[in-house]
Ligand binder design. Structure first.
Ligand SMILES: C[S@@+](CC[C@H](N)C(=O)[O-])C[C@H]1O[C@@H](n2cnc3c(N)ncnc32)[C@H](O)[C@@H]1O
Length: 265
């Protein structure tokens, strides 16, 4: 899908006075000020997508609630939990769920036709291991996913917010990355991809600066086999655009905390 560059509403990126420790939502604030990484785009839900909402919605859509998610109940089984932020029309999401049947995929998107499109793919392919939250992923992270609850995070082609004055709306910034890292289990991974070189450079800098994460590659990573080339990406590649993957792994806290200095006697 093509990124949205619609006009911006003011967004609250100023940390609240009572900011909580990195990776935790401030106590008692149900909707903390956070990155507004999207604008709700107008877009028509097709008849086929509306039918998919009716047919698949009751089973595969999860309600947003400001309470920790019981993933085993939501998916009907215990399995590694992968969060995807912003799946667009769900082309890559459906492919990955099919090639990794042993994992549970919790997928957030705010664009209604995109949610309908993924529900349609779920029905067409008999996919069982996806659940969709049609909600701001930042609020999902803050309120539904406790620290250490995720085995992986996918953020593919997040809106690049090209203009300098809009860069603050990018998802990959230190506060959100700290939250993501805190929600990963040690050994879990964060996989980002972008086709916008300045954003790729920002990703490398921000992910590289997060103390809880370690790069799995020397710089950008080779494209993992599970991530397909989507129509959108193929079009970009034909036009000569680059694509950059980044795969970072959550460190074990034990490894990242230096031993205490010996005390002088
Ligand atoms: C440029 S599109 C990329 C979609 C898809 N990952 C792909 O590769 O084609 C980015 C998507 O992220 C969604 N998005 C942005 N911020 C989000 C957020 N905080 N929560 C949920 N979805 C978000 C947008 O609605 C949009 O559909």
């Amino acid at each position: 899908m093509t990124p949205s560059f619609a006009s911006q509403a003011a967004c609250g990126t100023t940390p609240p006075q009572d900011a909580a420790p990195a990776g935790q939502a401030p106590a008692g604030i149900p909707y903390p000020k956070a990155i507004k990484s999207f604008v709700r785009r107008a877009g028509r839900t097709t008849a086929a997508q509306a039918k998919a909402f009716a047919d698949q919605g009751p089973r595969f859509l999860l309600p947003y609630s400001a309470a920790p998610l019981d993933a085993a109940t939501a998916f009907g089984r215990e399995a590694p939990l992968i969060l995807e932020i912003g799946f667009g029309m769900g082309e890559a999401t459906a492919h990955i769920a099919r090639v990794r049947p042993g994992d549970n995929f919790l997928c957030c998107e705010v664009h209604e036709p995109g949610v309908g499109a993924l529900l349609k793919r779920i029905g067409e392919h008999g996919i069982e291991n996806i659940r969709i939250l049609q909600h701001d992923a930042v609020e999902v992270l803050d309120h539904m996913l406790p620290p250490g609850s995720l085995d992986g995070v996918h953020i593919f082609f997040p809106d690049p917010w090209h203009k300098k004055k809009h860069n603050k709306r990018r998802l990959i910034q230190p506060p959100l990355v700290a939250k993501l890292a805190a929600r990963l289990k040690p050994g879990g991974y964060l996989h980002c991809a972008t086709d916008w070189q300045p954003y790729a450079e920002q990703m490398l800098e921000v992910l590289g600066g997060e103390p809880l994460l370690a790069n799995t590659a020397d710089g950008y990573a080779p494209q993992p086999a599970y991530r397909p080339l989507t129509k959108f990406e193929n079009r970009g590649l034909r036009l000569g655009h680059g694509v950059w993957d980044l795969v970072f792994m959550r460190r074990d806290l034990e490894d990242s905390i230096p031993p205490p200095e010996p005390t002088a006697r």
